[in-house]
Design a protein around this ligand. Structure first.
Ligand SMILES: [Zn+2]
Ligand SMILES: [Zn+2]
Length: 205
C-alpha cells in the first residue's frame, strides 16, 4: 500500500516528496494546506499521528517539500539538560564498530550506562544532549512534541509544555507555544487512524 509520500504544491503545481509513512519530514503542520496529496497517496490533512517537520525560523525561506535532509535523520533541536522521565524503561539499541568488529549496545538514552563485561567496558565521557525535539505530532487530543534519543533514535510523544523550557530559540519557542494552544484542527471522525509503529529505523547489520 502506498503511504503518504508525494503531494502537489499549490503555488506552482510541482509534485514534491513530503514524507514516507508517518514521517512527514518535508512539511510543517501549519503548511499542510499548501499542498494536496498526489493521486494514490493518503491525505496528510486527514491523518492523525503524523510526525511533522519542526518550524525552524532559519528554514522560513524553504518551500514545502524542498527541505534537503530527509528520512529519519532530519534536522532536530537538541534539548540541552532535558531528561525524559522513565526513558530507560524502554531501551533502544545502536551499534559501534571499529576495524571489522561491531558491538550492538543496549541504549538507556544517557540515563544509565549499559552493563559491561571484562572485555566490554562502557562509560560516559561527556555531556552531549541525548534528547532532541524531533517534530510535532497531531494527536486526537491536540498537538504534542516528538522527542528522540540521538543515540538510538527511539521516539517518544510528550506534552509540548514538558519541553518548552529547554527550547532557547525564542521564535521556535513561541511557535511551539502556539501549537500547544491549538487543537488538531480537523474533527476527529474525519481522521484516519495510523498505527504508532515506526518503519524507518536504520538498518542494523
Ligand atoms: Zn509503513
Ligand atoms: Zn537511546
Amino acid at each position: 500500500m502506498k503511504m503518504i509520500e508525494y503531494a502537489i504544491r499549490k503555488t506552482d503545481g510541482k509534485q514534491v516528496q513530503i514524507g514516507n509513512c508517518e514521517n512527514i519530514y518535508g512539511l510543517r503542520y501549519e503548511d499542510r494546506n499548501k499542498v494536496i496529496a498526489s493521486p494514490g497517496c493518503t491525505s496528510h490533512t486527514q491523518t492523525l499521528n503524523l510526525h511533522w517537520r519542526l518550524p525552524f525560523p532559519e528554514e522560513d525561506h524553504i518551500l514545502p517539500g524542498e527541505y534537503r535532509d530527509r528520512g529519519r535523520t532530519r534536522k532536530s533541536y537538541p534539548l540541552q539538560g532535558y531528561v525524559l522521565d522513565g526513558a530507560e524503561t524502554i531501551p533502544g539499541e545502536f551499534q559501534v564498530s571499529n576495524h571489522g568488529l561491531a558491538i550492538n549496545v543496549t541504549c538507556y538514552h544517557g540515563v544509565k550506562v549499559p552493563k559491561g563485561s571484562p572485555d566490554l567496558r562502557p562509560f560516559f565521557y561527556g555531556r552531549e544532549p541525548v534528547f532532541s525535539l524531533y517534530g510535532i505530532k497531531n494527536t486526537v487530543t491536540g498537538i504534542q512534541a516528538l522527542v528522540c534519543c540521538n543515540a538510538c533514535v527511539n521516539l517518544w510523544t510528550v506534552e509540548i509544555k514538558e519541553i518548552l523550557e529547554y527550547v532557547t530559540d525564542p521564535e521556535l519557542k513561541s511557535r511551539l507555544e502556539k501549537y500547544a494552544s491549538e487543537n488538531a484542527g480537523v474533527p476527529e471522525k474525519k481522521f484516519i487512524r495510523r498505527s504508532s509503529g515506526r518503519h524507518d529505523k536504520p538498518i542494523i547489520q
